[in-house]
Structure formats: structure tokens, C-alpha cells
Design a protein around this ligand. Structure first.
Ligand SMILES: Nc1nc2c(ncn2[C@@H]2O[C@H](COP(=O)(O)OP(=O)(O)OP(=O)(O)O)[C@@H](O)[C@H]2O)c(=O)[nH]1
Length: 454
């Protein structure tokens, strides 16, 4: 499993080679040859000494004679292989015993190679270098695997390996956190069984397909990245992005990545909220109001319930700005907005800034009498704020409020409620300002009036 991007070079250094031989002649020959090639050599003349030295100097390679006094070479090799700290050090037997069974016995003990005496130095040199190359490659693989394991175990994304049947074969610690189960609880479970609908069905079908049916649409939904809901052990769900891709190597596995999107969701929600709020006052903006009016209009029409709307306009606000400045004007609008919002008593009431110094209050399920009361209360609340207004007749900020009530029918236009309330507000202005005016509007009301007039 090698990839150029992950190749971690092995540190280059002289090899340390332990030579174990009780015959001074071959010992000297090997030592001279290896030193001549730039290697560091260590020497032991017995098996016991060899075990001790191997532990301490951790050589890259051991050249081991078979015939040794005391512990022979075969037993020494067995012990080296049985000890975890020396097990990976390659051992090459160097021996005058060169019968087939001797060589086989050497490999059976765990040796990497077997060189027969008398020594042919170029051959020894080639075999030594071949073993050093293998070792360096395997050390680099081990290091690479360790690095990859650290990355996978430390990453914030959940990473899972799935079999072709969609069962989890490996889950990293982040997946355990995302899914709320331990690695052993996840092992062998179907990924689809950990998802909420509709993804659960799609992924179950996707993995079933591999053993039969082919539905292109399901394939498309499951390939690549998709937002899914993970079923948590406590019954709650958690939104995440799930990416599924086949393992690049020939192995029959899928890699599934889980990416937490909670913070995206939070900023998405914040953006959505911001798009619906008036930046100066924090109450709903006109866009939000229009959407609510539409919704409540349809609801009122379905249920035959009254819908009321108040339109409030600050009196002589141009003068307020002119005398006290725009910043003071902004503060004044914020105080008015809070007052309008305070009259939105029910959860379904909506206070909004319609534009400039004009505010609206939408009151679903509110008859004419109720609208009259709220309109007057709102006017009085603003007067009670006692915000000084040097340019006005009242010396304080006041507002004119128009209210309209409709039981909408299919013969009424959506805009008619606002027009009626706005007209009532202008009547209040015309009547001397700081007043509330209320009207009934719509086809149902006009029909009654028409009938009564006849
Ligand atoms: N400070 C401030 N002023 C605003 C804002 N939006 C609109 N205005 C001001 O509100 C004033 C509205 O003035 P007009 O429409 O002439 O009405 P008015 O002076 O209130 O007079 P009447 O409505 O007839 O009582 C204008 O001067 C606008 O500039 C705002 O966000 N902040």
C-alpha cells in the first residue's frame, strides 16, 4: 500500500552489523570486508554474548556461525526470534555445514539467508546488502504504517472501512464519537442501520445492489458526498456529511468519511436569521413579514378566521432627524421597534419594520375589536416612552396607527389588507396624528354592508 505522497524516506546511516563467529580467521575476514564497505561491526564469539550484544546495540543485521561453543547458532537464532526486541533483526547464517538439511534447519529457525563456507567475499557482500535493503524497505513501511495510523486515529473526520456488503470493518476514534458507539460495537454493523431515513434505505439498497439489482438513481445518491442523519444511541439524530468511495487499491473495500457539519448548520441558521431580520432594530424585516402575511392569509382563508394588521408611522420623524441628528433618529427607531414587539403578545403575532419609520404588527386570529384595542395600546405605549421631540407639537415622539381586519376570501387580493391598514394610518395622520384608526376590509365585510344598505 505505497503511495508517493506518503513515502517517508528511511534515515540514511551506516549499517551496524553483528558478526558471531568463534573462528578468528573468518571473523577477521568478515570484519575487514564490512568495515571496508563503511559499516560498523560488532563481534561476539559465543551465542550468549551474541544475544546480549544484539539486545544492546540493536544491529541492522547479524551474521551468525552455526557451530559455536555452548549455545549453538541455531538455538541463538531461535532465541533472537523469540525476543520481541531482536525478532525483526535479519540473521544470515554463515557456516561450513552446507548440506541441504543444514540450510533448511537454518531457515526453519527464522534466518533470512544462509551462506556456505568457505566464504566468497563478493557473494557475502551481495547477500549482506540485499538483506540491508529489505530491512530498510520494511522499516520504512513500518514507519509509514505508524504515521498513517497516527493520522487516521487523530483526525477529526470519522473514517470507516466497509466491506462490499456495507458492514463496518474498521472505525477510527472520530467515527466512534460521531456515531456514539465504541469500535467493537461498530464492528460488523451495517452502515445503513446507523442512518436515519431517507439515507438508510438508499445505502441499504446501494450495498444490496452489489449482489444483484442496479438502480442508477440510488447509485448516484450514495456516490460522493451526501448530507445524512446519524441515528444516535439515545434516539436523537445528528446531521453529517457522508462521503463514500471505493478503496483505490484492488481491495474490495469502501472508505466512508463522516464530516461534522454542525458549525455549517449553525452559520446557515444564523445567515437565515440575519436574512429575515432588520439590521437596525433586530425585529423581522419586510421580507419576513411578507412571507408571514402570505402564510397567515392562507390559513385565515382556510379556517374562515379574522386576520388583523396594524401599520404604524412615526409622526414628524423627518423633523426629529433634522433637529437631533440621524444617530438619535436610529435610537428612536430602536425604542419604537421594542414597543411594537412588546405588543406582539401571541406566538403567532409578528412585529416587523416595514421600511424607514414605518412598522407593522400582524395579528392572526384577531377580530376587529381586538385590533382596535391593540392599535390604541400601541399608540399609547409610544406616547408613554416620552422620547423628547423638540420639533413636534406634542414635544414627545408619537405615532399614528392604522389597523385593518379581514376575513379573507378567494375574492380578496393579498395586498388589500395592507392597503386598508395603510389608508387607516393616513387617516390617523390627517386626523391630527398620535391617533389610531381601525377599519374592516374585504369582500365578506363589504357584502354584509351592501346587504344592510339595501
Ligand atoms: N434616523 C433614521 N431615519 C430614517 C430611517 N429611515 C427613514 N428615516 C427618516 O424618516 C423620515 C420620514 O419622513 P417623512 O416620510 O417625510 O414623514 P414624517 O417626517 O415622519 O412626517 P409624517 O409621517 O407626516 O408625520 C425621513 O426623514 C427619513 O430619512 C432610519 O433608518 N434612520
Amino acid at each position: 500500500m505505497k503511495h508517493p505522497a506518503f513515502a517517508i524516506p528511511a534515515p540514511t546511516r551506516q549499517a551496524a552489523i553483528l558478526i558471531v563467529d568463534d573462528a578468528p580467521a573468518s571473523l577477521g575476514l568478515l570484519q575487514d570486508m564490512l568495515r571496508g564497505r563503511g559499516h560498523r561491526t560488532f563481534v561476539a564469539t559465543s551465542g550468549e554474548r551474541a544475544l546480549d550484544l544484539a539486545q544492546r546495540v540493536q544491529p541492522d543485521l547479524i551474521l551468525l556461525d552455526v557451530m559455536l561453543p555452548g549455545l549453538d547458532g541455531l538455538e541463538t537464532c531461535r532465541r533472537l526470534k523469540a525476543e520481541p526486541t531482536t525478532a525483526d533483526i535479519p540473521v544470515i547464517f554463515v557456516s561450513a555445514c552446507s548440506e541441504t538439511e543444514d540450510i533448511v534447519a537454518g531457515f526453519d529457525c527464522g534466518a533470512a539467508d544462509y551462506i556456505a563456507k568457505p566464504l566468497r567475499l563478493p557473494e557475502v557482500c551481495a547477500r549482506v546488502h540485499a538483506q540491508l535493503r529489505f530491512r530498510s524497505a520494511s522499516q520504512s513501511d513500518t514507519r509509514q504504517a505508524r504515521h498513517l495510523r497516527m493520522i487516521v486515529e487523530g483526525m477529526d473526520e470519522g473514517l470507516m472501512l466497509l466491506g462490499l456488503d456495507g458492514r463496518i470493518q474498521y472505525a477510527n476514534p472520530a467515527s466512534e464519537r460521531c456515531l456514539g458507539y465504541s469500535g467493537s460495537e461498530l464492528a460488523g454493523r451495517q452502515l445503513a442501520a446507523l442512518l436515519a431515513e431517507p439515507a438508510a434505505n438508499d445505502y441499504a439498497a446501494f450495498f444490496e445492489q452489489r449482489s444483484g439489482t442496479h438502480d442508477g438513481a440510488v447509485l448516484e445518491r450514495c456516490r460522493g458526498t451526501r448530507e445524512v442523519l446519524l441515528q444516535q444511541p439515545d434516539g436523537s439524530v445528528r446531521a453529517m456529511d457522508l462521503s463514500l468511495s471505493p478503496m483505490a487499491s484492488g481491495e474490495q473495500l469502501f472508505v466512508a468519511l463522516l464530516h461534522d457539519i454542525a458549525h455549517h448548520k449553525r452559520s446557515e441558521d444564523a445567515l437565515q436569521r440575519a436574512a429575515l431580520a432588520d439590521p437596525l432594530t433586530g425585529i423581522a424585516n419586510r421580507r419576513h413579514f411578507d412571507a408571514c402575511l402570505d402564510r397567515e392569509w392562507q390559513r385565515a382563508m382556510r379556517n374562515g378566521h379574522p386576520l388583523s394588521l396594524l401599520v404604524l408611522d412615526v409622526d414628524h420623524f423627518k423633523r426629529y432627524n433634522d433637529v437631533l441628528g440621524h444617530a438619535a433618529g436610529d435610537q428612536c427607531l430602536q425604542a419604537i421597534a421594542s414597543t411594537v414587539r412588546a405588543q406582539a403578545l401571541r406566538a403567532t403575532d409578528l412585529a416587523a419594520r416595514y421600511g424607514g419609520e414605518e412598522f407593522v404588527l400582524l395579528l392572526p386570529d384577531t377580530p376587529y375589536e381586538g385590533a382596535v384595542k391593540v392599535a390604541e395600546a400601541l399608540r399609547a405605549d409610544i406616547e408613554r416612552l416620552r422620547v423628547p421631540h423638540p420639533g413636534s407639537d406634542a414635544d414627545f415622539v408619537t405615532a399614528s396607527v392604522g389597523a385593518a381586519t379581514i376575513v379573507p376570501t378567494q375574492f380578496d387580493a393579498l395586498g388589500s389588507l395592507f392597503v386598508a391598514a395603510d389608508r387607516a394610518m393616513y387617516e390617523a395622520k390627517a386626523g391630527g396624528r398620535n391617533r389610531a384608526r381601525a377599519v374592516r376590509a374585504g369582500y365578506a365585510w363589504e357584502s354584509v354592508q351592501h346587504a344592510l344598505a339595501r
